[in-house]
Unconditional design. Structure first.
Lengths: 308, 377
């Protein structure tokens, strides 16, 4: 197990290094400098600005500096906002993104599991078809389309929740729902398949034969065993949510990482683009690692298989 | 119940020969025929298939069904609501409506007229609440945009956008481009993935080892990041979006093909073929790939909606196709800008993209079941 973790950590570091290198040189190829909008500056002034961003050094030196700073958590200075460090900007904005992602994840998986459970219990019944339909539609309809529907009908027509901005609890409702539809769909589909398989297995028949009531069979014997494989979908779910927040934050004007990222793309603010890219990449890799390890820890069958 | 016992002389022994007992009564079905029969029984998948065919036909012929061009701008007809002769009951009657509330009926009416530029002759008012029962007065105003602009003889089936471009034409042109990007990306993914996975598994040993190490590193890089970075250097365009989508897209295909080929390559029919003198190339093409084809098709069917989603997603974060090209993504992005007052601009592309995504997913699910021999009855 230790060897496996070390190996995975090794891969993680290599991947992060490659991504950082790749993004760095990519940004060097892109047109645009912090001077783009300031052509009127004299040559001396331009030199001062370039010096401030360390852009006068040869590229290899810049690369070395960037990498050294990166290991210390310093992502450079933003082009767009004068003298503001990228790390600070990102830290300020990580809160709303995390809130949204976390709420959507928790609400989505719980609701999805319930739907899947209902499907499996009433297999091939009306409720099963209903929740399967919800799952297919939820998986297919892009989150931004769903966000539009919510914004127009719930926000504008009914006026139940604010349409945009970020000023309190009620502002999180619509974006959370828009994001949660994806985890609901995925968890429901997955739960249904797993639960059907578990309910058909021998130990369930045994439990039933011994007189355990339906409730006990489903929740005590069935659900617990069906939950384990659910961990495997948490990774793709979290990644799906990260992709989703990029657009959802823009639609609902949430001051999070995603909104900042899109702004940075539109203003060629390379330090912020790089910083956010690295952050997204890091989260992505980290989540996959944690879930893989968690899976091994929770399911005794996997641990046994590795021990052999 | 009384038990009737039929007398024995009612029975005549069947004439049986050896030939008959070995006779195969059911028609022999190939894998594909069998799968197709199962697919046909799957109602959802068939509906999905028909929806896709219908949308495909519309994407090809839709833009030519009226006389408005894709890039034909005319600000005098900007943001016209949809109007289809005979579909007025669906709300597609070319009018805009708005509910206004105020303290008194008079004020509410005034507000309602104001909302539509005071063109009273084209506004029909309907009083929802005259304000006499203590609640604020409510008035619903219906504004006939086509009459107000003197365009009664015209009808924009899906309405027009902010620059007066016909949304019917643009929606189907956008569908065409989105489908084109998705199909192209899926095909390239398929070719690279099958070649990579097939070679890696078939040759095995050191080749496989190195090729898998490369995949392991690539898998770790989030495709979201790669796609965005690629678009940044390549400049948005149909080709660059396709390339960006394929850069990481082929990996899952390669993994699936590799797993399957590893399983198949040690089976007897491959050995037999080899004994008969087949070269590697022939074994891969004639024996291994056809046996993996089912999985390849299913995986491609799931790649296509994913590619459509990513194209739309890129438009959203400002990396989509450059204006004035229409794709479902750029149209939806555009629709959000005036969602509150003119929801029709968002509505139609959103419906089309949702239908495409649902249809592909349902069809892919159906195919997966159909190709699974365990589901055979």
């Amino acid at each position: 197990m230790t060897r496996y973790i070390l190996q995975r950590l090794g891969y993680m570091i290599i991947t992060m290094f490659l991504i950082a290198t790749f993004t760095f040189f990519l940004m060097k190829f892109l047109p645009g400098t912090p001077l783009s909008a300031a052509d009127k500056l004299s040559e001396e002034q331009q030199a001062v600005v370039l010096e401030k961003y360390g852009l006068n050094d040869p590229v290899p030196v810049q690369y070395f500096n960037y990498m050294v700073n990166l290991t210390q958590g310093d992502l450079g200075i933003s082009f767009q906002f004068d003298n503001r460090e990228v790390t600070t900007i990102i830290l300020e904005r990580i809160g709303p993104s995390m809130t949204l992602g976390f709420q959507a994840m928790v609400i989505g998986t719980i609701l999805g599991m319930l739907l899947g459970l209902i499907s499996a219990i009433y297999h091939n019944g009306f409720l099963d078809y209903g929740s399967t339909f919800i799952a297919v539609v939820g998986k297919s309809i892009p989150s931004f389309v769903f966000a539009g529907i919510l914004q127009y009908f719930v926000g504008v027509k009914l006026g139940w929740f604010p349409v945009a901005l970020w000023e309190g609890w009620e502002y999180t409702v619509l974006p959370t729902v828009a994001l949660a539809i994806f985890p609901i769909a995925i968890a429901a589909r997955f739960m249904r398949t797993e639960m059907l398989e578990v309910l058909g297995s021998d130990y369930i028949t045994t439990a039933r034969a011994k007189g355990v009531n339906k409730f006990g069979v489903v929740f005590k014997h069935g659900l617990r065993n069906a939950l384990i494989p659910l961990i495997t979908v948490l990774g793709p779910l979290a990644i799906g949510l990260m992709t989703g927040t990029l657009v959802i934050e823009n639609i609902f004007a949430v001051p999070g990482i995603g909104e900042q990222f899109v702004k940075a793309i539109n203003t060629n603010d390379f330090p912020i683009i790089m910083g956010t890219t690295l952050l997204i990449a890091f989260l992505f890799i980290f989540i996959i690692l944690v879930i893989d390890l968690l899976y091994g820890v929770i399911d005794p069958r996997i641990r046994l298989a590795e021990g052999e | 119940m009384e038990n009737h016992k039929p007398s024995k002389d009612l029975f005549v022994p069947v004439e049986r020969t050896d030939n008959d007992s070995e006779k195969i009564n059911r028609p022999s079905l190939s894998f594909w025929q069998d799968s197709f029969i199962r697919l046909r029984k799957n109602v959802g998948a068939m509906i999905g298939l028909f929806v896709l065919i219908a949308l495909g036909v519309m994407a090809i012929f839709g833009p030519y069904m009226n006389s408005y061009g894709e890039f034909e701008q005319d600000l005098s007809r900007a943001k016209m609501p949809p109007k289809v002769e005979g579909l007025g009951w669906l709300g597609m009657d070319g009018t805009l409506s708005s509910v206004q509330t105020a303290d008194t009926l008079e004020k509410a009416e005034q507000k309602a007229y104001m909302r539509f530029n005071n063109q009273e002759e084209f506004i029909t008012l309907q009083t929802l609440n005259d304000g006499s029962n203590g609640q604020p007065a409510e008035v619903e105003a219906e504004y006939d945009v086509y009459a107000a602009k003197g365009m009664e003889d015209q009808s924009f089936w899906f309405g027009t956008d902010g620059l007066g471009r016909d949304l019917w034409t643009r929606t189907w042109m956008g569908t065409r481009i989105s489908l084109y990007i998705a199909l192209l990306a899926a095909t390239i993914d398929m070719i690279i993935g099958v070649a990579y996975g097939g070679i890696s598994a078939y040759y095995g040993g050191r080749v496989d080892n190195y090729m898998q190490r490369i995949i392991e590193i690539l898998v770790g890089i989030p495709n979201l990041v790669i796609v965005i970075l690629m678009i940044l250097i390549l400049e948005p365009g149909i080709l660059s979006i396709t390339i960006a989508l394929t850069i990481t897209g082929w990996i899952s295909m390669a993994r699936i093909v590799r797993g399957q080929v590893l399983k198949l390559k040690n089976q007897e029919f491959v050995l037999a073929s080899r004994t008969l003198g087949s070269k590697d190339n022939r074994i891969l093409r004639k024996h291994l790939v056809p046996n993996v084809l089912g999985l390849i098709i299913i995986n491609t069917m799931f790649t296509i909606p994913a590619a459509i989603f990513f194209e739309a997603f890129l438009s959203f974060i400002g990396l989509g196709l450059p204006t004035p090209i229409a794709s479902l993504g750029t149209l939806i992005d555009d629709g959000f800008k005036s969602l509150q007052i003119y929801p029709h601009i968002l509505l139609f592309p959103a419906i089309v993209i949702s239908l495409i995504m649902i249809a592909f997913n349902v069809l892919a699910d159906g195919l997966r079941d159909a190709f699974d021999p365990k589901m055979r009855e």
